[in-house]
Design a binder for this molecule. Sequence first.
Ligand code: NAD
Length: 248
Amino acid sequence: MNSFIGKTALVTGASRGIGRAIALRLAAQGAALAINYNGSKDRAEAVAEEIRATGGRAVVLQADVADPAAVQAMFARFFECYQRLDILVNNAGITRDALLIGMKQEEFQAVIDTNLAGSYYCMQLAAKKMIHQRSGRIINISSYSGVHGNAGQVNYAASKAGVIGMTKAAARELGGRGITVNAIAPGFIETDMTAALSEKSKQAILSGIPMKRIGAAEEVAAAAVFLAGDDAAYITGQVIAVDGGLSI
Ligand code: NAD
């Protein structure tokens, strides 16, 4: 098992769902955590408490990742708490689903601003520190939708495809500095994001998944922790699907 003792990690959107699962798992393996949240302070504090209760170290950092000034302030606070940044997980994400012909500009822009620009703001500030350290791991949470597209998600698919392009470009730029940059493309994972889907939509999705079940946040976290660890030292610029075979 990878040990993250002596390492630090910042996970965006970590108050619930996949981000929470990644933060808990990194902490369980020894990393000192920063739990980013936008609106859910209580839930973020609860994640930090859960980590502290088992002897781990965690701080909560509020920031809307779509706001570059807020991200800058979050990183400044991060470096008041921790001297180094070993692992960045860009997990914060939103959906504003609508069919193309009915999609409002605000729905398109909000998703791009959070999912794509937000990951860029965080990656840039993390990379500056990691270049000095000559080491680091950046893990971007993309989506099946970003690789294959999904009806009703022109905005979301564009943002998540953008995340993959950004991942590959940054991997090429940063590889020589000992920094790896990878993406995870989850399929259909049981979280608040997918809870809103109708039973009919869920059944339709399930019929296309070879493993015939919805994934768990912990199963995405397992891939993230692998990419963050020493076992993945020579893996960069990759997109790992965690989707029960949906993308085969
Ligand atoms: P979720 O809605 O439970 O969690 C998303 C988190 O991001 C929340 O904590 C939310 O508060 C936070 N967030 C949203 N906007 C933010 C902002 N502007 N600034 C800071 N935090 C913000 O959903 P989830 O399923 O856990 O999603 C996590 C990631 O996984 C997202 O990037 C999502 O697109 C991706 N993903 C999810 C699925 C799935 O099936 N659940 C599939 C593919 C990809």
